[in-house]
Design a protein around this ligand. Structure first.
Ligand SMILES: Cc1cc2nc3c(=O)[nH]c(=O)nc-3n(C[C@H](O)[C@H](O)[C@H](O)COP(=O)(O)OP(=O)(O)OC[C@H]3O[C@@H](n4cnc5c(N)ncnc54)[C@H](O)[C@@H]3O)c2cc1C
Length: 381
């Protein structure tokens, strides 16, 4: 069933991509999702499938062997991959953050060295901004990269790093002067530089995605691995994260769509009082509210992507989409569990996983509170 307005405004090419990724999500991702979640194992065969579809090179320019997607296509792909499993979409979008940093800020030599391989899926990229004591305000980070001759020497700890164990290229944000909050700088740190990868966090949801700490103890990288001028790291991070937030909003939409579809299927099948529960007004109204939230989420996502593709500043639109779609995903997945009754509370149905997964979309890449700050600033100041 085509969901309301899901293809509206897309070009023929974007529709074709949407159909291919939707089919992949249904046939290749969804069947592996429950086991990947239960065993807390990333489905590498799914990653290889994404690579075969060129999607691991989604935001890598074509000249480096990538897909060269615009933001609308990026959003469509994120939505459809999340329809399969949010943990897979999260891994993909963080990999994309890393390839985008390299595309925008690295030297020609570095682009040629990393982008073609990353477009083919490996090494997997990481984006290491957060720290144990610095989340919503990354300027409070304490990781330091001290210049020594032709090298930088890195010391500190990063926290919550998606693809932490799978990853091979870390885009790292560190201060070049521990006493100067304005000295945050962006670096490319390959795996063989020798940082330590921590244990996987045990999480409420998104359990197939590996989230770890990274520890840097006198890790040395050549000075040419600095991607931005000293002190330009935070503005680079926020610039890349603005595009990323459109992706997270799209993922939240895909997750909501999967919860809605499962709720509709169950409501049509489950009988109580002699009829399918889809005949009961209370259930019908839940489905109506869920469908409206999915459609509103998608509309905000597509609008934010359109603004970005038009070359306008997408910050407010991206924060509105991220805030709305992530909170809607929590509501919609909650109602999907409710429609399933007691069965929805068991692992026999996927809706309990959707519900656990949905919560993270309101937290990472900027919490809902931070998105509202961004929106309020643009409306008030
Ligand atoms: C599964 C997972 C994967 C992640 N992946 C990555 C990754 O790959 N790379 C990475 O760098 N980070 C990653 N993160 C980190 C994530 O981005 C942070 O958790 C998030 O930014 C919030 O930071 P915090 O956890 O330190 O919360 P805090 O900043 O301590 O916030 C705590 C609470 O205070 C609120 N708050 C804080 N400041 C304000 C304010 N000024 N106004 C209003 N409310 C405020 C927050 O909204 C929140 O409710 C990941 C996190 C998780 C859980």
């Amino acid at each position: 069933m085509e969901s309301v307005g899901s293809a509206t405004g897309l070009t023929d090419e974007q529709r074709a991509i949407k159909d291919v990724v939707h089919e992949f999500a249904v046939e290749e991702i969804r069947p592996t999702a429950r086991e990947a979640d239960e065993t807390e194992t990333f489905p590498e065969e799914v990653w290889d499938g994404l690579a075969k579809l060129d999607l691991t090179g989604l935001t890598v320019p074509e000249e480096y062997g990538g897909f060269g997607a615009d933001r609308t296509t990026y959003a469509v792909v994120n939505e459809e991959v999340a329809y399969g499993q949010l943990a897979v979409a999260t891994a993909l979008s963080v990999h994309c953050l890393a390839t985008e940093c390299i595309t925008e800020f690295a030297t020609e030599e570095q682009k040629e060295k990393w982008l073609p391989k990353m477009a083919q899926g490996r090494p997997v990229g990481m984006f290491a901004l957060s720290e144990p004591e610095a989340g919503s305000n990354p300027a409070e980070m304490s990781t330091v990269a001290r210049r020594e001759g032709d090298e930088y020497v890195i010391n500190g700890k990063k926290q919550w790093i998606t693809n932490g164990q799978r990853g091979g290229v870390c885009i790292l944000f560190a201060k070049t002067d521990p006493d100067d909050p304005n000295s945050v700088t962006q670096f490319l740190v390959p795996e063989d530089a020798g940082y330590e990868v921590g244990k996987k966090e045990e999480k409420l949801g998104l359990r197939a995605s590996d989230t770890t700490g990274l520890a840097f103890d006198d890790v040395r990288i050549p000075a040419e691995n600095r991607l931005t001028e000293e002190g330009r790291g935070l503005s680079a991070a926020f610039h890349i994260l603005t595009g990323g937030r459109i992706g997270i909003a799209a993922q939240a939409t895909g997750l909501s769509q999967s919860a809605l579809d499962d709720a509709i299927a169950y409501a049509n099948e489950r009988e109580q009082f002699g009829n399918p529960i889809s005949k009961i007004q209370a259930i019908r109204h839940k489905i109506a509210e869920m469908g409206t939230k999915v459609h509103a989420s998608r509309t905000l996502v597509r609008e934010a992507a359109r603004v970005a593709d038009a070359g306008e500043d997408p910050r407010t639109a991206a924060s509105m989409a991220k805030y709305y779609a992530s909170e809607a995903a929590v509501d919609v997945t909650n109602e999907a569990v409710q429609v399933h009754g007691g069965y929805g509370y068991t692992t026999d149905f996927d809706v309990e996983r959707y519900y656990r997964d949905a919560k993270i979309t309101t937290i990472y890449e900027g919490t809902s509170e931070i998105q509202k700050e961004v929106i309020a600033r643009s409306l008030l100041d």
